[in-house]
Design a protein around this ligand. Structure first.
Ligand code: 5GP
Ligand code: MG
Length: 285
């Protein structure tokens, strides 16, 4: 009883806010289209679940925005729980799903609505469905915001689908790339150069580090090159540097500037060719 799957007739190109233009090629699904579709989906869900208390089981972390909007449209008694699943693998190609948080509510004999952000190869949903079925719920229905059938490997379908999308790597509205872009209120297409740089499997990335003033004396060099594994953050690089140059051990408290990057935060995921400049601590800063 597969439902919906509003095709995407939408124009593309325009609509990317200036702040995101260097990262995003286009808006695939606008905030307005999402809101309208969620209202329709929630009407279907409400009709199918009427009369039974439901347990909504949502997969972390990609569903946060979708889930919040969806359940606010459901005027049914429901209980909410989460399962953590992560797919470790290359940047834009998921690997084997690994559970990072287990269900806490009992679903035995209950009506379960399983919510995920996107159904791609189907490995995640197949894994989670097997796990849930073993807990003997009365029934399970699955609900996904996006359905990308082109890459399906498992025989799994969603009962409620927000949008059918082509084989593109999308971000926003909860979906991330290296934990970024989840906060976008729309679904957008990431520029390929963003993931081309990051997506080279397990290829170490050379990053240049420059030492300023007394850091130079402590490290014994003005500049060095580190290679960091794919997905490494600025924080991890700093730890690696502290290990390599023990005299820099107190560096965590220092002021760090990543030259040529928009970010100074330690969670920034390093890209090949980045230059990180280490400045001495600012007194009283
Ligand atoms: P599956 O196990 O069905 O291959 O993949 C499901 C998971 O892969 C999703 O929950 C999501 O985390 C990730 N994924 C698949 N396609 C995309 C995509 O286009 N963009 C993003 N950000 N994540 C995706
Ligand atoms: Mg996910």
């Amino acid at each position: 009883m597969r439902r919906g799957g509003s095709g995407l007739r939408g124009r593309s190109g325009a609509g990317v806010p200036p702040r995101w233009r260097k990262d995003l090629e286009r808006v695939l699904i606008s905030e307005k289209q999402i809101a309208r579709r969620i209202r329709a989906m929630s009407r279907d869900i409400q009709r199918d679940f009427a009369g039974h208390e439901m347990v909504v089981v949502s997969l972390l972390n990609g569903t946060v925005l979708f889930l919040a909007d969806l359940i606010r449209q459901l005027s049914l008694p429901l209980r909410l729980d989460f399962i953590g699943v992560s797919s470790y693998g290359a940047a834009t190609h998921a690997g084997k799903p690994v559970f990072t948080k287990e269900l806490r509510l009992s679903v035995r004999g209950r009506d379960v609505l399983l919510v995920d952000d996107i159904l791609d190869t189907g490995k995640t949903l197949a894994r989670v469905l097997a796990k849930l079925r073993a807990l003997e719920p009365r029934r399970i229905r699955t609900c996904v915001l996006l359905n990308k059938t082109a890459r399906r490997l498992e025989k799994v379908q969603a009962d409620y689908v927000g949008f059918e999308i082509p084989d593109l790597f999308v971000v926003g509205y909860g979906l991330d790339f290296a934990e970024r872009y989840r906060n976008l209120p729309f679904v957008g297409v990431l520029r390929s150069r963003v993931y081309d740089l990051a997506g080279r499997d397990s290829v170490a990335r050379p990053v240049t580090i420059r030492f300023y003033s007394f850091f130079k004396d402590l490290s014994g060099c003005a500049e060095t090159r580190e290679t960091v594994p794919e997905g490494s953050t600025l924080g991890e690089l700093l730890e690696a540097l502290a290990a390599r140059f023990p005299k820099l051990g107190g560096m965590e408290k220092s002021t760090l500037t990543a030259v040529g990057l928009d970010y100074q935060d330690r969670s920034y995921v390093l890209q090949e060719g980045d230059e990180v400049s280490l400045f001495p601590p600012v007194q009283g800063g």
